[in-house]
Every structure is written in C-alpha cells, then in structure tokens.
Design a protein around this ligand. Structure first.
Ligand code: FPP
Length: 227
C-alpha cells in the first residue's frame, strides 16, 4: 500500500474491554489491565511495519477518576511501569511520545517521568500519543478559550490550539469490545475520520487485528475514490 491515500497514517484506539476479559477468566480486573498493557506494547512495536505515522491511545479518561481508588491506583502504577520499562525501546525504535489531555494534573512523579520521556523521545519520527486525564469536551473548551484570548474564534484557530495540533489528521478511529460510542474521545478530530467498532476485547487485540482494520479502511477509501 505504501504511501497511497488508502493507507491510514493516524489511527486512534479506544482500548475497551479489559474488565470483561478478566471477568470471563474469573481473574481480578487488574489482570485485565495488565494484559491490556501487553497488547499496547505489541501494537507499538508493530506500527512501523504497518506504515502508521501516529497511533493515539485512550489510556485514561477524565471520567476514569470515578472508578474505585484501587483500580485508579492500578492504572497509574501500570503507567509508571510502562514508561519506565518501554522508554529505551521507544528511543531505539524512533518513537516520539506525545501526551494529550490534562496530564499535568496527574501525580507529580508521573508528570516528571512523562516530561523526561517526552524530552528523551523528542527526536522520534513515529508518534505514540497517549491520552491521559483526557476529555475531548474539556480539550475543545481549553482550545476555544485560547482562541478567544487572541480574538480569533474560528474552526482553524480552535484546531490550532487543540492538544493534537502537531499530529497528522485522524484517519481511523477504532473502538474494541463491541461498544459503539465515542466516550468523549477526539470529538473534534473525528469529524472526518472513518470509524470501526470491533468485538475483540482489548487484551486480545493484536497487530493482526490492526492490520485487518487498516485493510478495511483502505477498502472504504478505494470505494469512495471510485465514485
Ligand atoms: C477499558 O477497559 C480500559 C481502560 C479504562 C484503560 C485502558 C488502559 C490500558 C490498556 C492500560 C494502560 C495503558 C498504557 C498505555 C500503559 P474497561 O476496564 O473499561 O473494561 P470493561 O468495559 O470490560 O470493564
């Protein structure tokens, strides 16, 4: 497919179904999240060979704080471990980390780790964007406020102030686990994106599933192009 227009360059994923994956196996929810991180790791390793320039993952929403403290702690600890263990791999594989959302509001040690990781990966050419403490409505409100402050409230100006302002346009948005809603993720950016809802639970989602999604995207693009 190479650089043809049917190749999705920016793919975003709502990683849903960790809890159900664990429940089906009578395992604690934490186990589902742990396996969810494994799925993330495998996917990040595959983006280069799949021809994707930017992968954006919904890791923690601004609504996720409402979950029990223990689960929030589990997710934060997984984040700490993931950054620590995978940072050298990002650097080696030319991956630039990007964080979207109100991430400065996370625990100070995580903020410090993320700042360090952002700096150390700043030279990377493929982007892994992680949405942390992210809500699209809040992102749009922040961007609109900045646009208003410079006296220019237009679609272009708001887009220029979104957290994603340095990312390529979103081509494909995938949600796993059979739920069909956007849950406050990339509402602005999804305006022209293709959407794909798959039944696979997130811990079971592999690079092969992503390849299938990219093939489905390419098929749709070809059909629209042929009209
Ligand atoms: C949805 O499953 C998933 C989440 C709330 C968090 C996604 C987080 C990860 C995959 C791990 C952390 C990510 C990184 C990048 C280190 P759910 O608990 O809502 O599942 P359920 O709907 O089946 O209960």
């Amino acid at each position: 497919m190479g650089n043809s227009p049917a190749q999705a360059k920016h793919v975003a994923i709502i990683m849903d179904g960790n809890g159900r994956w664990a429940k089906r196996r009578a395992l604690p929810r934490a186990m589902g999240h742990k396996r969810g991180v494994e799925a993330v790791r495998k996917l990040v390793r595959s983006v280069g060979s799949l021809g994707i320039d930017c992968l954006t993952l919904y890791a923690f929403s601004s609504e996720n704080w409402k979950r029990p403290d223990e689960e929030v702690d589990d997710l934060m600890n997984l984040m700490r471990k993931f950054i620590k263990s995978d940072l050298p791999e990002f650097i080696a594989n030319d991956v630039r980390l990007k964080i979207i959302g109100d991430w400065q509001g996370l625990a100070p040690d995580i903020v410090a780790m993320l700042e360090d990781a952002l700096e150390q990966t700043s030279g990377g050419s493929r982007i892994l964007a992680v949405a942390l403490n992210y809500g699209a409505q809040q992102e749009i409100a922040r961007a609109a406020a900045k646009a208003a402050a410079i006296g220019e409230v237009t679609d272009k100006s708001i887009a220029a102030h979104l957290d994603t302002n340095d990312l390529p346009p979103l081509d494909l948005l995938i949600r796993t686990s059979g739920e069909v809603r956007l849950s406050n993720f990339l509402l602005w950016q999804a305006a022209y994106a293709e959407m794909l809802f798959v039944d696979t639970l997130w811990p079971d989602f592999t690079p092969e599933h992503l390849q299938q999604a990219l093939d489905a995207f390419a098929d749709r693009e070809r059909r629209f192009g042929g009209r």
